[in-house]
Design a protein around this ligand. Structure first.
Ligand code: ZN
Ligand code: ZN
Length: 352
């Protein structure tokens, strides 16, 4: 890509979610970056499950109307005073959040729980231009390696979530892992496990297309949970002992219960997908204790996970770009969400 302007324009387009299901493409004047900030010309923004949920129902924290989109990569057009490491013309990639570095949680290395992480999340990547705030520039932004495509670079944030979860779960090469849910996160987990050399990776999910993609991207076993024999197929994993590790990626209570039921004695369950509010998991205390289960519930990511995700993308072994299997112009953003609802893409690249 060589045709990027490297000066801030007077006018550009930005998608604004006005009400659930109602998008407007508005003209806006990209702001000049203040101290520590960077103005980026968006090369692509990726659709994300959170965006789809927000589009349908609004969001408990983000008040409407709001610009949205948070997975992106682009080219720097202008930098604020004091910015080091970025200059106009640099291709860059970033996570949309960054911790404060000084609070109770940050001091304990649990930056994923820092209040600033969620309160000051970067939104507005569905646009021609995006202002990257100083706290993100300082901690979770990187120069994009030249050999890495913009679409794959924009996977930095979801991959950082996956890295954090797998850092807690510590999958071993000799293990058998079951992923519950064949959406973008399930498949990203699978690709990361593959890159770590895990022996057997099975995916249990629903939807003919998603299951087909899971197989194409390298799952050893693809289990259709809508079929009667799916219980038996899971139980037969790992020479009949059941999976050593189960990673739950549906964010639905029945997925959580399912994950808990299917893990082997002595195994680990990672509850990766956040459930709707006010849901309660039922745990058989007898099984929890006598089967020596380990339950893990990773949330978000820490700067070290973003750094590791950046390295993995740069190493080029994970092949994460394969989960971006559709692309549409910014003007068709509404159609992107309909397409995702119909299950016709895993992730869509929205290209200004
Ligand atoms: Zn996301
Ligand atoms: Zn903090």
């Amino acid at each position: 890509m060589t045709n990027f302007a490297t000066t801030a324009p007077l006018s550009a387009r930005q998608a604004v979610l006005v009400a659930p299901g109602h998008l407007e493409l508005r003209d806006f004047r990209p702001p000049r970056p203040a101290r520590g900030e960077v103005l980026v010309r968006v090369a692509c923004a990726l659709s994300c499950g959170t965006d789809l949920k927000t589009y349908r129902r609004g969001h408990p924290v983000w008040k409407l109307p709001t610009p949205f989109g948070h997975e992106f990569a682009g080219v720097v057009v202008e930098v604020g005073e004091g910015v080091r490491g970025f200059k106009p013309g640099d291709a860059m990639m970033a996570a949309p959040t960054a911790p404060c570095g000084i609070c109770f949680y940050c001091q304990r290395g649990q930056e994923n729980l820092c209040a600033q992480t969620m309160e000051r999340m970067l939104m507005g990547a569905y646009a021609d231009y995006l202002l990257v705030p100083a706290h993100v520039v300082a901690r979770n932004a990187f120069i994009k390696p030249e050999h890495l495509g913009f679409e794959e670079a924009a996977l930095l944030e979801p991959l950082a979530c996956v890295v954090h979860a797998q850092e807690m779960a510590r999958p071993e090469p000799f293990e058998s892992v079951l992923i519950v849910g064949a959406g973008p996160f399930g498949l990203l987990h699978m690709l990361a496990l593959r890159a770590r050399g895990v022996r057997e990776v099975a995916i249990a999910g629903r939807g003919a297309k998603r299951l087909e993609w899971a197989g194409e991207l390298g799952a050893d076993r693809v289990i259709d949970v809508s079929r009667n024999d799916s219980e038996g197929a899971v139980a037969s994993l790992n020479a009949g002992f059941g999976p050593d590790l189960v990673i739950e990626c549906t964010g639905q209570l029945d997925g959580w219960q399912d994950a808990l039921r299917r893990v082997r004695r002595g195994g680990r369950v990672v509850f990766f997908g956040g459930c709707p509010a006010d849901t309660t998991l039922k745990v058989d205390t007898r099984r929890m204790h006598y089967d020596n289960l380990t339950l893990l519930a990773p949330f978000h990511f820490r700067p070290r996970d973003v750094k590791r995700a950046f390295e993995m993308l740069g190493e080029g072994k994970i092949g994460a770009g394969a989960i971006v299997n559709a692309r549409r112009p910014l003007a068709e953003l509404g159609e992107v969400f309909s397409m995702l609802e119909r299950g016709e893409a895993l992730k869509c690249a929205v290209v200004p």
